[in-house]
Design a protein around this ligand. Structure first.
Ligand SMILES: *[C@@H]1O[C@H](CO)[C@@H](O)[C@H](O)[C@H]1NC(C)=O
Ligand SMILES: *[C@@H]1O[C@H](CO)[C@@H](O)[C@H](O)[C@H]1NC(C)=O
Ligand SMILES: *[C@@H]1O[C@H](CO)[C@@H](O)[C@H](O)[C@H]1NC(C)=O
Ligand SMILES: *[C@@H]1O[C@H](CO)[C@@H](O)[C@H](O)[C@H]1NC(C)=O
Ligand SMILES: *[C@@H]1O[C@H](CO)[C@@H](O)[C@H](O)[C@H]1NC(C)=O
Length: 533
């Protein structure tokens, strides 16, 4: 987005917010309320931290690249994308480049992000492929992140604690054992590790905190419950346990019990719990509620009748940020965009838009490199892409997909020198078929409808309803326009699947691949996401 776009959004946002909440500049008591979810986007396995008055949020991206997006907020409610901790999925395996296989739902998840004051460095830590732990560091959270080390131990679902004495501890583990590793002084290798707690119930999703001299681990029983472990002795325990939240009712109708969250405090000493709620087909979205602490140092979330509030008072004075829907004109690749697997950087460029050269000869969307993706803003959004298709060549297919394990798309396809529009449904991956090798394509889909088209540019639109309410439609429809204002539906409806097994929610995925030979290209002139009714 340009600076002008940002300013315009800010002005519109300020106008809307001021009109609705009567916010007085400089006011410190929070009279306004925020709504859950705080961001209706797929931002799972959240980790939160605060540096003075600035909050940061890290999330899972699995096979998307760059990975581990970082968002920033000043009020815990309004967030903006500011970068990624993992610039490229450089884990020593060509499957992350979509070469010789794929890495669907591998890559990174349940990782941790912390700031270390003593050397002013940011640390991102995550276990990859259930075997090794990768550490990425940066001196500037918005600057360059680099792979700093690899530890030969999987810190499964980890949480980093920077202790008051600058020592670094990582809590991790699935199943029954909770372990804590101490890291070396530079934070890049392991000094020791030990099991600090054994549970009667399998769990994962660990986070590590210190408050008033006590050590706290929060650990998740998927996908319903969060435990708190407390030690008054030290990071290695012994720990006592209480339940923080169990089978609570999501503020999103039809979504699963909130769990696997993070604790966060504000500079003025308030505490909050941000969980995610499984809200497929859209993914896992963050919700926020206040916490209080009892005299024995145990936290309680403010959930009357075990139900999450649809709204709560603002934690802090509202600090609006550019809103998430908007127009991307691709003067740069915005920070909310991620590629499906590592991109072939020789096959795209910024040139009056985003030029996507075909990077793969295939008939399978899931094998095509350089599909660029955008999260879908719930509950219902339109994603509209404007494509310059004048440089397509024989056999090329370019368009926009609803991308998940059960996908569909609308495209321009070229045969010889003739173009045609087509809607393709039933584009499916299946985990069962590739139990040892990963998710494999079981269907490349079939053309449901075609329409004649000639011209150099086309608008393609997906309208996606991702609200999980029972009886709701969770569906997507596909349409096109040759003038940007009158849209014509093409093909049939994609029923968006609500299964959790693919973990990542549906995304808009803009693609261009060759079925005959490389050499063709399209330019993405713009992409616009609008909340739809
Ligand atoms: C946090 O605020 C303190 C006091 O103003 C300042 O000295 C410190 O540099 C700040 N920390 C960071 C990381 O900005
Ligand atoms: C859990 O930890 C104990 C040691 O405390 C160890 O004997 C046991 O094998 C561990 N279990 C698993 C599943 O790793
Ligand atoms: C961005 O693209 C939109 C849609 O094509 C267009 O209306 C708008 O003028 C463009 N904005 C800029 C700053 O180029
Ligand atoms: C995957 O394949 C299995 C076995 O053929 C089948 O039972 C299942 O329905 C398939 N799942 C999807 C999502 O296609
Ligand atoms: C979204 O798309 C639908 C279907 O094409 C259309 O009816 C609706 O007006 C669009 N909404 C917005 C906000 O563009």
């Amino acid at each position: 987005m340009t600076l002008l776009d940002n300013l315009l959004y800010l002005i519109v946002l300020l106008f809307v917010r001021t009109a609705s909440a009567a916010m007085v500049p400089g006011q410190t008591r929070q009279t306004s309320s925020f709504n859950n979810p705080v961001i209706w986007e797929d931002l799972a396995d959240l980790d939160l931290l605060r540096i003075n008055d600035t909050f940061l949020y890290s999330a899972s991206t699995m096979h998307y690249s760059p990975g581990a997006p970082i968002l920033r907020s000043y009020d815990l409610v309004n967030w903006e994308y500011i970068g990624h901790s993992v610039p490229r999925l450089d884990f020593g395996d060509a499957k992350y480049d979509l070469d010789g296989g794929n890495a669907y739902i591998r890559g990174l998840w349940a990782s941790t992000l912390r700031f270390r004051p003593s050397n002013a460095k940011y640390y991102w830590i995550g276990c990859i492929d259930f075997s090794k732990t990768y550490i990425y560091t940066a001196d500037d959270v918005q600057g360059e992140w680099t792979q700093a080390s690899v530890i030969d131990n999987c810190y499964y679902d980890c949480g980093l604690l920077v202790d008051d004495d600058d020592k670094l501890y990582v809590v991790y583990g699935g199943g029954n054992n909770v372990s804590v590793a101490q890291l070396s002084e530079d934070g890049l290798s392991e000094v020791s590790n030990q099991v600090v707690y054994t549970s009667d119930i399998g769990r994962e999703g660990n986070r590590f905190y210190k408050r008033d001299g006590n050590y706290y681990i929060i650990t998740d029983v998927p996908a319903t419950t969060e435990f708190v472990l407390k030690s008054t002795t030290g990071p290695f325990g012994p720990y006592e346990r209480q339940t923080l939240v169990d089978n609570s009712i999501s503020p999103i109708v039809g979504a699963g019990p909130p769990h696997k969250g993070a604790l966060i405090d504000t500079a003025d000493g308030q505490w909050f719990y941000m969980a995610f709620t499984d809200s497929y087909p859209g993914g896992r979205v963050p919700i926020l509620a206040p916490i209080s602490w009892d005299d024995d140092g145990w936290p309680t979330i403010n959930l009357p009748n075990n139900e999450w509030g649809v709204s709560y008072p603002y934690p802090l004075p509202e600090h609006p940020l550019p809103s998430l829907p908007g127009i991307a004109n691709f003067t740069s690749v915005g920070l909310e965009w991620e590629w499906n697997h590592n991109p072939d950087n020789s096959a795209w460029s910024l040139d009056d838009g985003l030029a996507l050269n075909t990077a793969t000869v295939t008939t399978d969307l899931y094998s095509a490199k350089n599909t660029i993706t955008h999260r879908i803003l719930g509950p219902k959004s339109n994603g509209t892409v404007l494509l310059d298709v004048s440089r397509m060549t024989d056999g090329d297919r370019a368009g926009i997909s609803m991308l998940r394990d059960i996908s569909a798309f609308i495209m321009v396809k070229q045969t010889g020198s003739t173009k045609e529009l087509a809607m393709v449904n039933g584009v499916n991956l299946n985990a069962t078929t590739g139990a040892t090798t990963g998710w494999l394509t079981v269907s490349e889909g079939s053309e449901i409808a075609t329409a004649p088209f000639s011209g150099d540019q086309i608008w393609l639109r997906v309208t996606a309803d991702i609200a999980p309410a029972p009886g709701g439609s969770t569906s997507a429809t596909f349409s096109y326009s040759t003038d940007g204002s009158v849209f014509t539906d093409l093909g049939n409806i994609l029923d968006l699947n609500r299964n959790w097994e693919f973990f990542m929610g549906y995304r808009f995925g803009i693609f261009n691949f060759a079925s005959v030979a490389l050499g063709g290209s399209v330019t993405v002139k713009s992409f616009e996401q609008e909340l739809a009714t």
